[in-house]
Design a protein around this ligand. Structure first.
Ligand SMILES: C[S@@+](CC[C@H](N)C(=O)[O-])C[C@H]1O[C@@H](n2cnc3c(N)ncnc32)[C@H](O)[C@@H]1O
Length: 212
């Protein structure tokens, strides 16, 4: 499978990404669910993969020690840097990173999170292994994405994943070395004509100590 959405598509959409109130509400709902599941965020070093303009990390940053925000779209990262500068926030660190091809950052994290990005990554097992490698022992993984859908969410021409089957994703996470895998439904995206509902899950998992 090739990359699911050309990078320049996200570059192009970056400037108006935050204009959609649904995206802000979705990030807020996911952040609230993460904070409920992990009340002790204050001591944690966070990592968000596929951060876009940083909506999820902005909703989490005041609760976290620090957060590294990674994306492979320069357009998204430009918008993100402007937002961090104008809010004068000093615990958010944007980096350009594509874990499919780039070496892993040297740092380790206590929380790795992601919102609506996993379905754009062709090799799910590979990315789960890499997120596992980025976490310290007993670190937490929180991935929010679409439940399995019929392909209508992106429409024709999309060659990423049409959402995920929760049981299948749980098996893949366990295979990558995670334990305590659990899911909840945290948001619903309504779109299209006629309108359809697309539930968004949050998968929680924890890194086991030692090798996968
Ligand atoms: C649907 S957007 C979600 C953005 C943000 N998480 C949000 O919810 O507003 C997917 C994001 O994943 C990024 N992305 C896609 N493939 C990627 C890859 N291989 N490596 C890093 N980022 C990637 C895109 O650039 C985009 O910012």
């Amino acid at each position: 499978m090739t990359a699911s959405a050309p990078r320049d598509d996200f570059d192009r959409r970056a400037a108006t990404w935050d204009d959609d109130p649904m995206k802000t509400a979705r990030a807020r709902a996911v952040a609230d669910a993460i904070q409920t599941h992990l009340p002790d965020l204050a001591s944690m070093r966070g990592f968000e993969y596929g951060c876009g303009t940083g909506l999820l990390s902005f909703a989490l940053q005041s609760s976290l020690r620090e957060i590294v925000l990674a994306d492979n779209s320069d357009g998204m990262l430009d918008v993100l840097r402007c937002k961090i500068d104008s809010a004068q926030i000093n615990n958010m660190k944007p980096i350009r990173l594509d874990l499919s091809t780039d070496p892993l950052p040297g740092q380790q994290f206590d929380l790795a999170c992601s919102l609506m990005t996993l379905h754009h990554i062709p090799d799910t097992d590979d990315i789960l292994r890499k997120l596992h490698a980025l976490l310290a022992d007993f670190g937490h993984l929180c991935i929010a994405d679409l439940d399995r859908e019929d392909g209508s969410f992106h429409g024709e021409g999309f060659d990423g994943h049409n959402g995920f089957d929760r049981a299948d994703l749980a098996r893949r996470a366990e295979h990558a070395g995670f334990t305590n895998v659990a899911f909840s439904t945290v948001f619903t995206i309504n779109k299209g004509l006629p309108e359809k509902s697309y539930p968004v899950f949050l998968m929680y998992a924890q890194k086991r100590a030692g090798k996968p």
